[in-house]
Design a protein around this ligand. Structure first.
Ligand SMILES: [Zn+2]
Ligand SMILES: [Zn+2]
Length: 417
């Protein structure tokens, strides 16, 4: 029996994992610069948390959740997204008592029972932030700027910022009515899902990927025409903030985001190199989510980016970041006596912060030199019986081709320079 990774999952092997770590480190750094602290929530939560927050009519909840009953009879779901768990943790730990504005970031695997395709997996990985406790439009701008700053840091250039206001609890019902009126006469032409959505949650019609529904919705009323005065004012301030920094964006009135909890500002960052499914990051404001999850009446703003999508975008731009710590030296100890007597130098060099390789396959000097070459090591440090007698090491500079002999006691300092 040969086992394979479950459908929709894959192994991240060392060369690629190094790129992942690098991107994660740049994200941690960007988040720290903006004053966001890390939060780590469990891999699974009470299924009701997601039904309640994301919305039962969304694709995520109705089709894609990894939900199950555990041995204690609890209904559980692996987390399909990051905001609801952070909000749950925020409420449970009473974080608003610690600080009136809570700024958090996370890096985490997420799980959705989706059809696997390029850059889409059933276990995928997100980097995200949530800022809870202020409805200042400039906070929306900060979150957008953090996303942009991070994408710049990893080297992505061909990105587009899409912006929209998806209305608030006061003005959204008027839009929903208008949308229903518009679709009333074509109700029978909608797909089965959309006929249900029409009654239960008409806003979700806008996410439908069915070509017939998409065509019908092309001329549908746009949410921006129905937003209330305060929503418009909020949106204008976000835009003015971005304008003042010269950040380019496109207002996309059709962008609604596939989750129920968004209010007011919604944004998405797309990448030119990814074809039809071009989104690499997205987020928005949620003004009722925290209260609906049983918490205080506070508002929040966040975004998440998909690591797998970012990697596809980086590949499209051919700007993969450095994959590994460069190798400083290959320590070649020839013979049993040299091996035993030089072990302390091997570990001293590594403790000093250098990447040092060592042979465990009993290879010849020539084969070890080839290995050093293949790993692009800067130096080969050769210690045979002769060197051992003299208490020295022969050092070959593989970049310049020169060779020198150094006292073993001075080896660490020499290589550190
Ligand atoms: Zn409004
Ligand atoms: Zn449909």
């Amino acid at each position: 029996m040969k086992y394979r990774a479950p459908k929709g999952t894959r192994d991240i092997l060392p060369a690629e994992a190094a790129v992942w770590s690098h991107i994660e480190a740049l994200f941690r750094h960007a988040a720290a610069r903006y004053g966001y602290g890390e939060i780590r929530t469990p891999a699974f939560e009470d299924v009701q948390l997601f039904i309640r927050s994301i919305g039962s009519d969304t694709d995520i909840v109705s089709k894609e959740m990894y939900d199950f009953v555990d041995k204690g009879g609890r209904r559980i779901s692996l987390k399909p997204e990051g905001t609801a768990p952070v909000v749950r943790a925020f409420i449970q730990n009473n974080l608003q008592a610690v600080n009136p504005l809570t700024k958090l970031f996370y890096i985490s695997p997420m799980f959705r029972y989706d059809r696997p395709q390029a850059g889409r997996y059933r276990q995928f990985h997100q980097l995200g932030v949530e800022a809870i406790g202020s409805d200042d439009p400039l906070l929306d701008m900060e979150v957008i700027m953090l996303a942009i700053s991070f994408l710049r840091a990893i080297g992505l250039k061909h990105t587009t910022l899409l912006l929209n206001s998806v209305a608030c609890g006061n003005c959204r019902p008027r839009y929903v009515e208008a949308l229903k009126d518009f679709l009333a006469k074509s109700h029978d032409d909608l797909c089965e899902d959309c006929r249900r959505r029409y009654t239960d949650n008409p806003l979700r019609l806008l996410d439908c990927k069915n070509p017939a529904c998409k065509a019908l919705l092309q001329k549908s009323p746009q949410i921006s025409a129905y937003i209330c005065g305060p929503c418009r004012e909020h949106f204008d301030k976000v835009r003015k903030g971005l304008d003042s920094l010269g950040i380019a964006y496109t207002v996309d009135p059709s962008m609604v985001r596939g989750l129920d909890y968004y209010t007011r500002t919604a944004f998405e960052i797309t990448h030119d190199g990814l074809g039809a499914q071009s989104s690499i990051a997205g987020g928005g404001r949620y003004d009722r989510l925290i209260k609906e999850c049983g918490g205080p009446d506070l508002t929040g703003m966040g975004f998440a980016a998909g690591l797998e999508r970012l990697l596809l975008a980086l590949e499209a731009e051919a700007t993969m970041p450095a994959r590994r710590i460069p190798c400083s030296a290959y320590l070649i100890a020839l013979g049993e006596r040299a091996r035993i007597n030089t072990l302390s130098y091997l570990y001293k060099l590594r403790d000093a912060g250098l990447h040092v390789e060592y042979d465990y396959l009993g290879r010849s000097l020539k084969a070890q030199m080839r290995a050093a070459d293949r790993l692009s090591c800067r130096f080969a440090v050769i210690i045979g019986d002769d060197e051992l007698e003299r208490g020295t090491a022969s050092i070959k500079d593989l970049a310049q081709g020169s060779q020198t002999e150094v006292q073993l006691t001075a080896l660490v300092d020499y290589l550190l320079q």
